[in-house]
Ligand binder design. Structure first.
Ligand code: GTQ
Length: 348
């Protein structure tokens, strides 16, 4: 509402009017317009950090309290402190830490939510996507695109812990959730392990492959070994002053994001590097794969080390100071912003 001087009687008359129309589910726009159409994003999301060393123990405790079979997915959800009860780390993204103990399986299901995994600890567990297993190693980025059958299992001897990233809050906002359970716990292995990576992930594509207009990446795993090699391989010369050395994961068939609703990124910040103030409209979840540093988010300082997870809300000013050679993985809803013409960034 613009500033005008009004009589107390007018104030009273308006209040009575608002009360009357309220019963008809009507609300005057002029009382809320400033909060709806803000000059720039005003996110209720707050910066937050989860230290791996502090969340690992409660997760292992869950491993003693409930089986993966009973839980279906044994996950502790990382809830943004400002969005408690909504299973959301940002307005559109969900994050959780999943534990699978040796010998356990998390049965096959599928849903319209897109999911990513980033393995943090323990080797030997697998995710199977549409009949193909991928054994996960630390830092591996794995996709389970919307409506693909997926199950997880751990034939190894170590507990496996990974970060789940899903577009659960986005799909909820759109009222577009569908899901179903498979009649079998573990999918039949229809293809040998590594099949998709060989067909689609080696700068080649099957001769007659045509990606659909909105399609996820046909590659289900982006091994950290390869991403790391790229990060090290480009880390000569000048880093970008706002981003360091930063790459985005792509659908190799389209150049687009790995999944339509989720973008993912890998970044190297050399020891001592300080990024210049940067903001973008996509609220972003970061995972420290190697190294340590300080993230200053709208003036709030969060110290992170290996396997720690932190969230940067939309349009918050981010500066990162690496206190050792640091590798960060991140994911966000950036592809959604970009598809809708909403994405913006600002570099100071
Ligand atoms: O592994 O399929 O964290 O369906 C949340 C929902 C993981 C999964 C989550 C899921 C999964």
């Amino acid at each position: 509402m613009r500033d005008h001087t009004i009589e107390p009687a007018q104030v009273q008359a308006r209040r009575e009017y608002y009360d009357r129309i309220d019963k008809q589910n009507l609300t005057p726009l002029w009382e809320v317009l400033d909060r709806l159409v803000t000059p720039e994003p005003v996110s209720p999301v707050v910066p937050a950090l989860w230290r791996y060393a502090e969340v690992r123990e409660p997760l292992m405790e869950a491993g003693r309290l409930i089986s993966a079979a009973e839980a279906e997915r044994r996950v502790l959800i990382l809830e943004n402190p400002a969005l408690r009860g909504r299973s959301a780390i940002t307005q559109t993204m969900y994050a959780g830490l999943q534990l699978i103990m040796p010998g356990e399986v998390a049965a096959a299901h599928r849903h319209t939510q897109s999911a990513l995994r980033l393995l943090l600890e323990g080797e030997g567990a697998y995710t199977a996507v549409d009949g193909e297993r991928t054994t996960m190693r630390r830092g591996d980025f794995i996709l389970t695109p919307a409506w693909t059958w997926h199950d997880h299992g751990n034939p190894g001897i170590q507990p496996a812990i990974w970060l789940d990233g899903l577009d659960v809050p986005l799909v909820r906002t759109l009222d577009a959730s569908f899901s179903e359970r498979s009649s079998v716990a573990a999918q039949l292995q229809a293809k040998p392990e590594g099949d998709a990576l060989k067909r689609y992930g080696a700068n080649m594509l099957p001769i007659d492959y045509q990606p659909a207009a909105v399609s996820p990446s046909p590659v289900f795993v982006y091994p950290y070994e390869r991403a790391r090699e790229s990060l090290l391989g480009i880390a000569h010369g000048e880093p970008d002053s706002h981003l360091g050395f930063k790459l985005r994961y792509v659908n190799p068939a389209t150049g687009g994001s790995p999944m339509p609703t989720i973008g993912a990124y890998a970044q190297r910040l050399p020891d001592g590097f300080e990024t210049r103030p940067y903001r973008c409209t996509d609220g972003t979840v970061y995972v420290c794969l190697e190294g340590s540093g300080e993230a200053e988010i709208d003036g709030e300082l969060l110290r992170f080390g290996t396997n720690d997870i932190f969230v940067v809300p939309s349009w918050n000013v981010l500066r990162i100071h690496a206190t050792s050679d640091t590798h960060l993985f991140s994911f966000s809803d950036r592809p959604v912003h970009q598809a809708l013409g909403l994405w913006r960034e600002a570099r100071e």
